[in-house]
Ligand binder design. Sequence first.
Ligand code: FAD
Length: 378
Amino acid sequence: MVDPVIIVGGGVIGLATGFELLRAGIPTTILDRNRAGRGTSWLAAGMLAPDTEIGFEELELYDLNRESLRRWPEFATAVEAASGRDVDYRDDGTLIVADDPDSTKRIRRLYEFQKEQGLDVDWLTGDEARDREPFVGPRVSAAIWVESDHQVDNRLLLDALREAFLAEGGTLREDTPVERIHPDDEAPAVVTEEGEQIQGRDVVIAAGVWSRQLDGLAPAAPPPVRPVKGQMIQLRMKLPFDLQHVIRGPDAYLAPKSNGRLVIGATSEEMGFDTEVTAGGLYDLLEGAWEIVPGVYDLAVDDTWAGLRPASRDHAPIVGRSGAPGVIVATGHYRHGILLSPVTAQEVTRLVQTGETSRWIEPFSPARFSGPIPESTA
Ligand SMILES: Cc1cc2nc3c(=O)[nH]c(=O)nc-3n(C[C@H](O)[C@H](O)[C@H](O)COP(=O)(O)OP(=O)(O)OC[C@H]3O[C@@H](n4cnc5c(N)ncnc54)[C@H](O)[C@@H]3O)c2cc1C
């Protein structure tokens, strides 16, 4: 029997990669220390927003983000077909709003940059923004309309991906922490906390923010990811409140899902592995949301949480063959892991299949971090 590909970590990246490998006819085993799909990916907002998040100095990452969004509709359809579940892919578009002179200046600069890059975005007055989305508040005086930025319900997606992976014949071992990797050209393997050794044709490290904690990767450096904490609040939408678009303001964003979840995020904090939800974090988010969409005031609070974004030293993903034989890395997706799941999964599958690194992932190779790791930034 052919050895399967072994994936360490069943988040959106591990599950999507497993699904694509199976679709390509490659047997795959995913090991997760908990239930698959309950790590950072569960705690995200599900925005698929390359055009909104285009960064002045990150055009290579923008191209990857954009390519992944291009692949999203087909990917969502395939996951839904294999799982029999809906993932709530929504193409209603995104409004970036401003509510004072400073934030107006900031979004004007962004708009001009977006236009320079050839993006299909429109400048709106406050009234035009309210025509598109009546729940935008009276303080909003300007906005950018980004029709091309979409969203998905990340929680529905994860449960659907898990089902799809199983339906395609994947082996999923939950509650199975991996302790160490055994790199090898012919037969790389992982060793579980219980001491069981599982051999594969390749090992893919997709353990998100915990990827750096796996033993056995010397002499190649483990992927240099660090946690960046993001606090969120979930409200329950109730008629007549019926927000339809993702709204991004100066201090908070709101992402409405079709089942009534309204996700408000997110703080960005360098706090190590701390996941405490704080009064200050919630206060800032609620104030930031209320200023741009005042109707949130009357909604019930469903839940609050803090997730840990896996950030690399340059905030771009780390995808490709590592210096360790037989070991592929797929992590460091920071703010974009849900968006980047199709392109990561499909290009890792291509790497396993052909041995070739495609032009999409080439700039994001682990090799860019292969020197000594400065302790202050790793
Ligand atoms: C507040 C917040 C909002 C966000 N919003 C968005 C958004 O709107 N759009 C977007 O695209 N991205 C967003 N992100 C980013 C996105 O959530 C991440 O980039 C993505 O979830 C990373 O996925 P992953 O599969 O690498 O990690 P995870 O989902 O964390 O999966 C890793 C898995 O590995 C398992 N694991 C860890 N160690 C081991 C081990 N030793 N053995 C076995 N299993 C192990 C864990 O149990 C976990 O299931 C957001 C993140 C946060 C925190």
